[in-house]
Write a new protein. Structure first.
Length: 437
């Protein structure tokens, strides 16, 4: 212990750590009213579980709240610094607590860093109820935890906090007595939003940034502190081009990225991607747009494009920035180099126009469902032809309304894999013509 320990203030994120669920921000899908984890906590039926999610989303905080709510002894355990000996010492302490009638929650941060032997050391104590194990991991537990331990734990996925969640947290930090409630901090809502965007869903990062910019703010004669956009940019080493989602530059940059991909220019695509990410754009927003590109500009010319895009989206959702930058880079380079086809976009737009103009067009009787006898009596489903009952898996069944029989929405190009789809479509149409469809 140092003589001066008590004079060193805790970081803002530690001081503001929520003490109960009412103060906890985010993860409404788990702890909102009536949600599964909230019910388990309220009914004191907590079992061993794994919290899986990106950094700074409240995994440790949620574990501490659970311990407080359930009146359990809480042991904070780090997988980074602990070995088998430390595990055994903690298990002995937990056993002593059990004999004294006290429940023990062992929280293991970075549990994926434990090797198989270390994970196995927990098993007998989890099985006999000596401890309730709560593990936190940023990695997929299906790959990082052994099956024996994973099968004894429920996995809860925690999501990156939204910009709104982070902004709410920052406002709270400015008014709470544990934060800056005793000081007058002059910072605009736009700049709070800017910090929230820069944090990419990480509450700890957002609070650390707020603490840094307040510390480096301009002290005024009256003792107040003024925080400007320039100070935030200096402290974060990021420019604020994109934090205003309604700003022109925001749309200019996403347009530049999309058009670079469409024009098969991977170098330009990666440059505009980097501009967006380093300006604080939400990677989830970019991932959604890349997913759109995969179908709008590539489609069946390379059906794997959508798989790559969805995988990049999931990576962004689960691990956030800065790690997910490489996943987005992989996705935009793939989209840039893939063969291009806008056949999906054209097909939908033309079908949409007809659909809007002919909303009252009845569904042909032969392809209507007939779940009741009355519907059958009205000829619902009469004449339906089940394709699998026919040798070529093709029939002459009419599926479009009479007024649209001449329509052809999907017109495949000869690019990439779509050439194969074009050949298949030609075969189908020729077959139907030959058989009188």
């Amino acid at each position: 212990m140092s003589l001066f320990m008590n004079t060193v203030p805790e970081p803002l994120a530690a001081r503001l750590r929520p003490r109960d669920l009412e103060d906890y921000i985010g993860q409404e899908h788990l702890i909102g009213e009536g949600k599964v984890l909230k019910r388990l906590i309220d009914s004191d039926q907590i079992s061993s579980m794994i919290f899986w999610g990106p950094p700074g989303v409240g995994k440790t905080t949620l574990a501490r709240i659970i311990a407080n709510r359930t009146k359990a002894n809480f042991i904070d355990f780090s997988a980074v610094t602990s070995g088998i000996k430390e595990i055994r010492d903690v298990m002995k302490q937990a056993e002593d607590n059990r004999f004294a009638g006290v429940r023990t929650i062992v929280f293991v941060d970075e549990i994926h860093r434990f090797n198989k032997a270390q994970q196995d050391a927990f098993l007998p104590f989890v099985e006999k109820g000596s401890i309730t194990l709560i593990g936190a991991t940023t990695e997929n537990p299906s790959f990082e935890l052994n099956n024996a331990l994973l099968s004894r734990c429920r996995v809860f996925v925690l999501r990156a906090l939204t910009t709104g969640d982070i902004a709410k947290l920052l406002h709270h930090a400015l008014t709470d007595s544990r934060g800056f409630g005793g000081q007058k901090i002059d910072i605009s809502d736009d700049d709070i939003e800017l910090i929230a965007h820069f944090s990419n869903g990480d509450a700890r990062s957002a609070l650390s940034t707020l603490e840094m910019v307040v510390t480096n703010g301009d002290m005024q004669p009256d003792g107040s502190v003024t925080v400007t956009t320039e100070i935030i940019e200096q402290c974060t080493s990021k420019k604020s081009l994109l934090y205003d989602k309604n700003g022109e530059e925001h749309y200019n940059l996403i347009s530049a990225l999309h058009k670079s991909v469409r024009n098969s220019d991977p170098d330009a695509a990666v440059y505009w991607l980097a501009r967006m990410l380093e300006s604080g754009e939400d990677p989830i927003y970019i991932a959604r747009r890349v997913t759109r590109m995969a179908s709008e500009d590539i489609g069946l010319a390379d059906p794997r494009a959508i798989q790559i895009a969805i995988a990049a989206f999931e990576a962004c959702r689960l691990i956030g920035m800065p790690e997910c930058s490489v996943h987005l880079t992989e996705a935009v380079v793939y989209m840039s180099l893939a063969p291009k086809s806008n056949a999906m976009e054209i097909a939908y737009n033309e079908a949409r126009e007809d659909a809007l103009e002919q909303l009252a067009e009845p569904v042909p009787l032969q392809i209507r469902n007939a779940p009741t006898e009355l519907m059958s009596d009205l000829d619902y489903g009469k004449g339906y032809m089940y394709a699998h009952d026919y040798e070529d898996r093709l029939t002459t069944l009419q599926c479009l309304p009479d007024s649209l029989l001449d329509r052809s929405y999907y017109r495949p190009t000869g690019e990439g894999e779509e050439k194969r789809f074009a050949e298949r479509l030609d075969y189908i149409k020729n077959w139907k013509r030959e058989h009188g469809a």
